[in-house]
Design a protein around this ligand. Structure first.
Ligand code: DUC
Ligand code: ZN
Ligand code: ZN
Ligand code: ZN
Length: 463
């Protein structure tokens, strides 16, 4: 078919292969990976985008991205337009957001309320549903959600009285979701252990942001992961652990996978790069996230699991709070909004710290930030790969770009970044979304909001 765009002269990097190829695009889809310099199909005069010296990647898929996220009295500051603009500048062209019910709201209602917003996006998006309590309508709601293409369901084992689900609810939900080909994605921290740690900190007056690490110990995470793995095994359901912050937590999941379980670990960029020393700095509240930043040895141990395949995906856990929101309760982490802005920096931070600095293969990088998130969210091979038939979401990545992270140069709807002043190597330069050049040489070239809510198919399997 006639081509309308061709990316020429670059090195295509997919999860399993990299090599010199030109990428032909027609009507929003990739039509061919061709030998460099290959002629365009008869009769077409495609727009040419020069990728000489650049890597050509499938657009990033962020499996963990909160848009306008409400927790208690705080709502993070972006909407679909803002979040996807930042995403695209950073090389991410699909986000998976969360439809978390308000207190008392039904899971299905939360999904219906959020779906329409996708159309304000500069790129496509999908949704995770969320179940907090089980009642006699939940199974039917989950079926309806699956029918709408929501096949992943978020749960929490912490935040009692808010989004915490009890073990019975986790088991029922896992069973119902896996029956429709979906998967529970879960935040694991044993709430009783957290509450005890918080009480102990409170009794000593150590509740400020600088004590964040003590209030949410790693033991709470591993205890909960072990329990949830057992629940999943008891109903033969797949399970995906979000934002795992320690090698011990990842190893529990890896051991389950070696026994044949479909169990997956997600790490998020800030746990792979930043450590607890941030809490001893001038603005500890700006680094309050959940689970908290860990000791340097834990960060290094976690990072090693990127190389072995034991971490399946890297997300951002983007939550766009600003400094005023973070500072409001900086003397009491129990009341602070948890989360860091990061949808725009996910790829660059991971590339710089792990590909450029530590030798992680670029193919593995693509697997972590695009291919595996697409597979595990039922979006593959439409997303996460450059191959004929895939959506033409293409990132021209400059592997040699040296730059310094400055809030003012980013597009997220907040006034800080946890990476302020950090020197990075590697950056998205030009980004094609659905066959349109949306960012060209770092400038917004097409602001049209043409984002779609993507239905997820059955979740895939990874080894
Ligand atoms: N967990 C998340 O996954 N995101 C924000 C806050 C939290 O605790
Ligand atoms: Zn969480
Ligand atoms: Zn401060
Ligand atoms: Zn999150």
């Amino acid at each position: 078919s006639a081509a309308d765009l061709v990316v020429r002269g670059g090195t295509v990097v997919n999860a399993g292969w990299q090599g010199a190829a030109d990428v032909f695009v027609s009507a929003g889809r990739v039509t061919a990976l061709a030998e460099p310099g290959a002629p365009a199909p008869d009769g077409s005069r495609p727009e040419e985008v020069d990728a000489t010296g650049l890597l050509v990647l499938p657009g990033g898929v962020d499996p963990h991205c909160h848009v306008g996220f409400t927790s208690g009295e705080f709502t993070s500051l972006d909407d679909y337009r803002g979040c996807t603009t930042a995403a695209v500048f950073g090389g991410t062209t699909t986000i998976v957001d969360f439809a978390i019910p308000r207190p008392g709201q039904d899971p299905l209602e939360a999904v219906l309320e959020r779906r329409g917003a996708a159309a304000q996006g500069l790129c496509d998006s999908a949704l995770h549903g969320c179940v907090v309590t089980w009642d006699d309508t939940t199974e039917e709601q989950l079926r309806a959600m699956a029918g709408l293409g929501v096949s992943t369901v978020k749960m929490f084992t912490t935040y009692r009285g808010e989004t915490m689900a009890d073990e019975y609810t986790v088991l029922r939900t896992m069973k119902a979701v896996s029956a429709t080909g979906g998967m529970v994605v879960i935040h694991c921290e044993a709430d009783h252990i957290i509450e005890e740690a918080q009480e102990r900190s409170g009794a000593r007056g150590r509740t400020g942001a600088e004590h964040m690490g003590d209030t949410r110990p790693g033991l709470a995470e591993t205890a909960s992961v072990a329990e949830v793995l057992a629940i999943a095994e008891s109903v033969d359901a797949p399970v995906y652990f979000v934002h795992q912050s320690s090698p011990e937590a990842v190893e529990l999941v890896a051991a389950a996978r070696r026994r044949g379980r479909r169990a997956y670990s997600e790490a998020v960029a800030h746990h792979l790069v930043l450590d607890e020393s941030a809490y001893a700095g001038e603005h500890p509240e700006r680094f309050v996230c959940c689970p908290p930043l860990r000791p340097r040895a834990t960060v290094e141990g976690l990072g090693r699991h990127l190389f072995t395949g034991e971490i399946s995906t890297v997300g951002s856990d983007h939550c766009c709070y600003d400094t005023a929101q973070k500072e409001r309760y900086r003397h009491d982490v129990r009341a602070m909004p948890n989360g860091l802005p990061g949808v725009e920096t996910r790829l660059a931070v991971l590339y710089s710290e792990y590909v450029a600095a530590r030798g992680l293969p670029a193919t593995r990088f693509v697997e972590l930030v695009a291919a595996a998130p697409a597979r595990l969210n039922g979006l593959y091979p439409r997303k996460g790969v450059l191959a004929p038939g895939a959506d033409a979401d293409i990132v021209l990545w400059d592997p040699a770009a040296r730059w310094t992270v400055r809030t003012g140069d980013l597009h997220m709807a907040t006034d800080y970044t946890p990476y302020e002043g950090r020197e990075l190597t590697g950056r998205a330069r030009t980004v094609v979304v659905g066959g349109r050049v949306v960012v060209r040489d770092g400038e917004l070239a097409d602001p049209r909001p043409l984002g779609r809510n993507l239905p997820s198919g059955p979740v895939g399997t990874l080894h």
